[in-house]
Each structure stands twice: as C-alpha cells, then as structure tokens.
Design a protein around this ligand. Structure first.
Ligand code: FBP
Length: 253
C-alpha cells in the first residue's frame, strides 16, 4: 500500500461511477475520463481508480493506478452482487498497483463475493500488488448501512478476508469511526466519499472526523469532480489529510 501513501496517508480519486451509477452523476466536464485523468495529476491525488475499460483507454501512468475488478450497474434491483470482470493478471499488465473489489456483506450473495475476493487477494499478493476491499453492507437484511456496528462489522470483514485496505462509509461520529478503525486492525481504512455534500465544509468535517478516528485517508469521487472547483477541493483534501490541517485551514488552501 506504500505506493498510495504520503506521510502514511492517501487521497484516492474514484471514477467507476459511470458503471455503478450511470451518466446522471456526470456534467459537461466530468463525463470525460481524460478530464479526470488530468485532475488526478494536477490535483496530486495518490491514486486514480478506474475500471479496466477506462484504464485501457485513458490511463497515462502519471499517478498510481487501482483497477476495480468487479462492479455492477444500478439497473438491476434485488439482492446486490458484483462479479469479477477483470483478471488480476490483466490489471497488473495495465499498470495497477492494487486491485479493488466490492463486497456487499448482508446480501444473499455475500458468499460468492467473499469467495471471489479470497482468490483475487491471493492472486494479487502473488504478483506483489495490494488488494483493497470496498465493503458496503447492503441488501434486504441491512436496515441501516451506516450504523456504527454495521460499519465496524464491515471493517472487520475486510480484515478477515485479507484486505490490505478497506474502503467503508463514514459512520457519523469520530467515536463510531474509531470503532471501525480498531476492528480493521492492520488493514488500512479509507473513508468512502458518498454523494456530493451540501457544502465543502460539510464534507471536509466528515473527512476530518475519519482522520481523527485513525483512518489512513479517503477514496473520493463525486465530492471532488462534481465540485464547482475540483482542484480547490483537491487542495483542501490534501491539506487536511496529508498535512493534517483543520477544516478552516483546508478551506483556505
Ligand atoms: P464517491 O466518492 O463518489 O461516493 O465514490 C466512492 C465509491 O465507492 C465509488 O468507487 C463507487 O462507484 C461508489 O462509491 C459506489 O456508490 P454506491 O454507494 O452508490 O454503491
């Protein structure tokens, strides 16, 4: 994971929403993967996260690459499942320094994803690249996917499954997220960005909370590239996460 860290922290730029959510997430600028690739470089992100299709056509090698090796659309309803769509070998060939995989614990299909991630993690480690688990409790059985005990459980699932890092949603308070970080043990914790917050300060307060709780950073998409000024948000996130500044200082960065 060191390749994604500066001062033991990292800000990773996620851009797989075209598959996960569809084009309604995009505006005139950010629909273009080339814009996001430039943003990753100019915003000094510690990684860009692409599906293989975007990596093959747009990745230019200037920031470390994470390839998501599973995914799904939001057109399918019912119990969530996302199956592998890119081999670890192919991801490594495209230059990935880690593979990412989403597990939906609580889904009726969690066993399939746990098994698949288990194999992917072994293949990644054999090639000396990291395995990062997006862990999103979901499905009929999950009533509140950001409840402190649910997020702490998500973090632990990642550790048990062998993830080098887990990407989980913020559970609302520093204390609640501390529990999740503790449960993740030696697996690093990255907060998941989520839908665009009402104000930059609102979002930065959440990020500050996650860092104060011991997270290693965040993997963020919409709160950066849906921002009116994505590079300003990138500067603010670096100030807060890497330089450990306050929300107020980050807003002035
Ligand atoms: P955002 O910062 O835009 O939320 O991106 C983080 C991410 O994990 C993406 O990698 C992924 O596409 C998306 O969130 C999944 O969102 P959802 O919670 O709707 O499944």
């Amino acid at each position: 994971m060191d390749v994604f860290l500066e001062k033991n922290r990292g800000v990773l730029l996620a851009y797989d929403q075209g598959l996960e959510h569809g084009p309604t997430d995009f505006n005139e600028r950010n629909f273009d993967p080339a814009f996001i690739m430039r943003l990753a470089v100019e915003g000094k992100f510690n990684s860009i996260i692409f599906q293989k299709g975007l990596a093959e056509k747009y990745y230019d090698g200037r920031v470390p690459l994470i390839i998501k090796v599973n995914g799904k659309t939001n057109l399918v309803k019912g119990e969530p499942i996302a199956r592998q769509n890119c081999s670890v070998k192919h991801a490594a060939k495209l230059g990935a320094k880690a593979v990412g995989y989403t597990i939906y614990p609580g889904s009726a299909h969690e066993n399939v994803m746990l098994e698949e991630f288990g194999r992917i993690q072994e293949e990644a480690h054999a090639l000396n690249i990291a395995a990062i688990a997006w862990i999103y409790p979901r499905g009929e059985a999950t009533k509140n996917d950001t409840a402190p005990e649910v997020i702490a459980y998500a973090a632990r699932v990642g550790l048990e499954a062998g993830a080098d890092a887990v990407k989980i949603k913020y559970s609302g308070t520093v204390d609640a997220f501390k529990w999740a970080v503790k449960c993740a043990g030696k697996a690093k914790v990255f907060m998941s960005g989520g839908p665009k917050a009402e104000t930059d300060a609102d979002f930065l307060r959440q990020v500050r909370g996650a860092i104060d709780a011991g997270a290693s950073g965040l993997a963020v998409g919409r709160n950066v590239w849906q921002s009116a000024d994505p590079l300003k948000m990138a500067r603010a996130l670096r100030a807060l996460v890497i330089e450990d500044r306050s929300v107020e200082e980050a807003l002035r960065a």
